[in-house]
Design a binder for this molecule. Structure first.
Ligand SMILES: Cc1cc2nc3c(=O)[nH]c(=O)nc-3n(C[C@H](O)[C@H](O)[C@H](O)COP(=O)(O)OP(=O)(O)OC[C@H]3O[C@@H](n4cnc5c(N)ncnc54)[C@H](O)[C@@H]3O)c2cc1C
Length: 412
């Protein structure tokens, strides 16, 4: 197994249930991404009660709260200790190759030969920065979600944030509140209220079965896997953080950054369409919740259906911004994350860097599995609460594979 985040640990727990011998190779420490690759103020956007792992429910006193990063680390490290996970920390995998009987995994601490490999190295190993960044004038400092820590560590002056998914809206809110002027460039996005009919919106996602929808029941799975993260934030106030809230707080909203030419950032004119699309999709999701609610004995457990004001369109959003004028001193690329498979010397990664897999069973690589990727087997796959069901499915497949390999029936 490669990676000791929650997903790798969840698989480890299920492998142990089946008495399958295994080892987890981790380049840093358990929960490394949460320790070193997140900004200071970040809290989970999923409520505490959804932080359950196999055999390890949330039993704290604040089920509806949202964990800070130290709390997430404590929880995942606590899980690793509770299941006595066989983790080799500070060991980096530098290559994985096919052999006759399985795989050869090379690390900076030596080599391991195994029948099966599980890639649990995370979906967000590197921040994705679009090509357009090449046009940014030199005097502007650029950051990603990995090197942004807090507003005080930005150079003085205005900030342009590119991307309005969970990361972009959370950073826009924090930086604007710190007294900076913030411009937020908005492309396709997923709008959600924090609470709906008195319950957390993610309660509805789970209860109404939306998060359980399987990958092979989704019409356009490629698109589903590329969907941006929802505009949500976890705060004690359970506040909604959408574009209306950000605008009211003073954030300037502009369209998708389409080019930087001669030092000028050019924004798309399609903001109204983006707003309309996000509002429509939110509306349809709420309808799905309501339809499900009608078929349930929910008397008194939820409030009446609600509808939210549409995203308010600006009369004349700015279509360009001179990055040489001094108005903007830093840019934060909140444009998503990608996994890193540079060490994977098995031809299973597409030219775009995506792993070829069928619900986590890697294609054309018998005995190789992946976990933790977006919509891997279900809509909830990349979230902490999604790990258990995926881990059980994958271990069932892996167990069959090992049995067949032992009897000589598997295509090695
Ligand atoms: C900013 C952000 C906020 C998120 N918020 C939430 C949230 O609120 N709720 C939620 O449920 N999910 C959230 N997620 C999604 C998800 O839970 C995380 O992406 C999570 O870290 C994925 O878990 P994982 O175990 O798959 O990967 P990771 O936690 O990334 O674990 C992968 C591990 O593999 C190790 N590794 C990688 N490459 C190698 C190598 N070559 N050799 C050895 N080890 C290696 C890494 O060091 C790491 O420890 C968030 C993600 C991000 C990026």
């Amino acid at each position: 197994m490669i990676g000791a985040g929650h997903a790798g640990l969840a698989i480890s727990r299920i492998l142990s249930e089946h008495s399958i011998e295994h080892v987890i190779i981790e380049r840093g420490e358990v929960a490394n991404s949460w320790r070193y690759e997140r900004w200071d103020s970040l809290r989970l956007l999923t409520p505490n009660w959804q932080c359950r792992l196999p055999g390890y429910p949330y039993e704290g006193t604040d089920p509806d709260g949202f964990m800070s990063m130290p709390q997430v680390v404590e929880r995942i490290a606590g899980f690793a200790a509770a299941i006595a996970a066989p983790v080799r920390t500070h060991t980096t995998v530098s290559s994985v190759k096919r052999t006759d009987g399985g795989y050869r995994v090379t690390t900076d601490q030596g080599e391991i030969r195994c029948r099966s490999v599980v890639l649990a190295n995370g979906a967000a190993n590197t921040p994705h920065v679009p090509q357009v960044h090449r046009g940014v004038p030199e005097r502007i400092e650029c950051f990603t979600a990995f090197d942004y820590h807090n507003p005080q560590r930005l150079p003085p002056g205005g900030v342009l944030i590119v991307g309005a998914s969970a990361t972009g809206v959370q950073l826009a809110d924090e930086i604007q509140r710190s007294g900076r002027s913030v411009t937020l460039s908005v492309g396709e996005h997923v709008r959600l209220p924090r609470s709906y009919r008195g319950r957390d919106v993610l309660w509805w996602m789970e209860a109404a079965g939306v998060w359980n929808q399987r990958y092979d029941e989704i019409d356009d799975i490629e698109r589903a896997r590329r969907l941006p993260s929802p505009q949500l934030i976890g705060t004690p106030e359970r506040a909604t953080l959408d574009l209306n809230v950000l605008r009211a707080g003073g954030v300037e909203i502009v369209g998708r950054l389409s080019a930087i030419r001669d030092g000028r950032a050019l924004f798309s004119g399609g903001l109204r369409n983006q707003f309309a699309l996000a509002d429509l999709k939110m509306q349809r999701l709420l309808d799905t919740f309501d339809d499900w609610g009608c078929s349930q004995p929910l008397d008194g457990a939820v409030g009446p259906p609600e509808r939210f004001a549409p995203t308010s369109a600006l009369a004349t959003p700015r279509l360009s911004l001179d990055l040489r004028s001094g108005e903007i001193r830093s840019i934060i690329w909140a444009t998503g994350f990608r996994p890193d498979y540079r060490w994977l010397e098995v031809p299973v990664v597409t030219a775009k860097g995506e792993l070829r897999h069928d619900g986590g069973v890697v294609v054309d690589a018998p005995g190789m599995y992946a976990i933790g990727l977006p919509v891997l087997r279900r809509r909830k796959s990349t979230f902490i609460l999604g790990a258990e069901d995926d881990a059980r499915d994958l271990v069932a497949h892996l167990t069959r594979y090992l049995a067949e390999a032992k009897s000589g029936r598997a295509a090695l």
